[in-house]
Design a protein around this ligand. Structure first.
Ligand code: GDP
Length: 329
């Protein structure tokens, strides 16, 4: 493994020009820099996390399947404060490519995430979004070479709500929910330059003891062969304890070295304390602990809510920094 740190000279300048982002990033002091892997396939190095994967699909940890009673957080302020207060140990941070080890004292972490902001986080806002097409195979997918980010998660995880919140269009993601389109690869073109891709949800296991990830073969084929895939955005419902199938999907992606970001949804919800139930931030921590043993380096993760818009701007910045780095190399 070697550290790859391009464009080192511009970093200080970038963080100065990113001053206006201070409302959505939180400061930290970084004492050491995790080594950043650079493998044979370039795109594989972008999200770092699964590059060195301790392979096994047999997750032995038992996960509670109970359905908690949920109540919304009192207000946005409380959710924001919870995110702000979160302490991330240095070795659990995601350091994106382009962050200079010698400038880390000045670096910022995106609030409600373990993601460090890089100089590549430019042009993040979505100005234009349109549905392009539905495809039933990778061969049918758009061929113009634009970078893309694929959203995947259990049915009902909040995928459509998140797409609509990201693009600020109430009904855009409904396109993917139309009968006949739910099992297809749906491409949305953003700012005429990159794609958000809505993949079929999982969670309806056909044969319980067959392959735990019940993705269609064509979905797996998409992950394994789509050359323009920059990162999978794996959605996990933070309002309930992690499901085994989410762990299985994460480990399958990791084992196959598919770059991924964990996007925790419904972070505005919390359970009643009475039953000893957990809050979203606790479920997020539990999920980290469950997957830790399978990853040598922590994948990027971020907390979101489509109701309060928590994590929206941060997620767009993360997407922008991965996308811009991908385009530049
Ligand atoms: P999909 O099946 O993954 O596309 O999920 P949907 O976007 O249709 O959402 C499933 C349910 O979760 C709906 O009742 C949404 O209103 C609800 N939901 C989605 N996102 C959020 C969120 O961020 N917070 C809360 N409180 N509810 C959400």
């Amino acid at each position: 493994m070697s550290v790859h740190l391009p464009r080192q000279a511009n970093i200080a300048h970038m963080f100065t020009s990113l001053h206006q982002l201070s409302s959505i990033v939180s400061p930290f002091l970084l004492l050491k820099c995790p080594r950043y892997p650079r493998g044979a396939s370039h795109r594989r190095t972008l999200t770092g996390g699964p590059a060195s994967f301790k392979a096994t699909l047999n997750v032995s940890t038992r996960i509670s399947q109970s359905s908690p009673v949920l109540i919304p957080l009192d207000d946005e302020e409380e959710a924001a404060a919870a995110a702000k207060d979160m302490h991330i140990p240095l070795d659990k941070l995601f350091i994106p490519p382009g962050v200079d080890a010698s400038q880390l004292q000045k670096a910022k972490r995106l609030q409600g995430s373990n993601i460090v902001l890089s100089p590549y986080a430019k042009g993040s806002q979505i100005k234009q979004a349109e549905f392009i097409k539905s495809s039933s195979s990778v061969e049918e997918c758009p061929a113009n070479g634009y970078p893309e980010f694929a959203l995947v998660g259990r049915s009902n995880v909040g995928k459509s709500s998140l797409v609509n919140a990201l693009v600020r269009r109430k009904q855009l993601a409904m396109t993917s929910k139309k009968p006949g389109k739910t099992q297809l690869i749906n491409h949305f073109l953003i700012n005429d330059s990159w794609y958000l891709v809505d993949l079929p949800g999982y969670g309806y296991a056909i044969a319980p003891h067959a392959v735990r990830t019940d993705w269609n073969e064509f979905t797996k084929d998409y992950f394994l062969s789509r050359k323009t895939l920059v990162s999978v955005l794996l959605l996990i419902d933070a309002s309930i304890p992690a499901k085994q199938i989410d762990i299985d999907c994460a480990t399958w992606l990791g084992q196959n070295k598919i770059p991924m970001t964990f996007v925790f949804t419904k972070c505005d919800k919390r359970k009643k304390k009475k039953g000893g139930n957990k809050r979203p931030s606790e479920n997020v921590n539990d999920f980290q602990n469950l997957i830790r043993e399978f990853f040598e380096e922590t994948p990027p993760w971020i907390m979101t809510s489509s109701v309060t818009n928590q994590g929206r701007d941060e997620m767009l910045l993360h997407i922008a920094q991965l996308r811009n780095y991908w385009l530049a190399h």
